[in-house]
Design a protein around this ligand. Structure first.
Ligand code: HEC
Length: 150
């Protein structure tokens, strides 16, 4: 088995485990306003040396993590599209209260606590990265559109 096959098996195992362990409806504890105002901009931001998350993770080809396509001429999502993004992201990759959520460890450098391979690159080199901290704050239950607690 190639490394990638092993990796995918591990990721699927992780997702499966998370799915079976989580009580139904738990994703509702993740906050929509915080997602819309703080988390979504991270999916749109350009980082040196990387394509934007939205470049790859877009319906219908975005692997498990799929975002809505931006409407022509728009630079962000409207409320309806944001709701769909929220549904998609909270279903499998952002597990409430779980610091090992794929959304956290997949784009994080391995030596900073991330997993070893993400086809889209390691966008965050440290857990002190402000964008990464925003993702983590959201998954750990941050609400509203105020600044993340540290
Ligand atoms: C160059 C294309 C590309 C970019 C840019 C990219 N990704 Fe990915 N990502 C992939 C591919 C392909 C996979 C599936 C294979 C793998 O896991 O590496 C993936 C997998 C994932 C997964 C695991 C769930 C899944 O859909 O398989 C997460 C979570 C993820 N990416 C998050 C991100 C985040 C967050 C960003 C932006 C910070 C990002 N990705 C940017 C290509 C990309």
């Amino acid at each position: 088995m190639s490394n990638i096959a092993i990796y995918l098996a591990l990721l699927l195992g992780l997702l499966g485990q998370a799915g079976s362990g989580a009580p139904a409806g738990k994703s509702s504890s993740l906050d929509y306003d915080y997602f819309k105002t703080k988390v979504q901009p991270i999916f749109l931001a350009k980082r040196t040396g990387h394509a934007r998350c939205i470049s790859c993770h877009v319906v219908p080809t975005g692997a498990v993590f799929q975002l809505q396509r931006l409407s022509p001429g728009e630079t962000t999502w409207n409320d309806e599209e944001s709701r769909k993004n929220f549904e998609a992201v909270t279903k499998l990759i952002a597990l409430p209260g779980n610091p090992k959520s794929p959304l956290l460890i997949h784009p994080l450098a391995e030596d900073a606590g991330g997993d070893f391979f993400h086809n889209g690159g390691k966008h965050f080199n440290s857990q002190n990265d402000p964008e990464w901290k925003t993702l983590k704050a959201w998954i750990m239950g941050q609400t509203g559109s105020t600044q993340a607690r540290n």
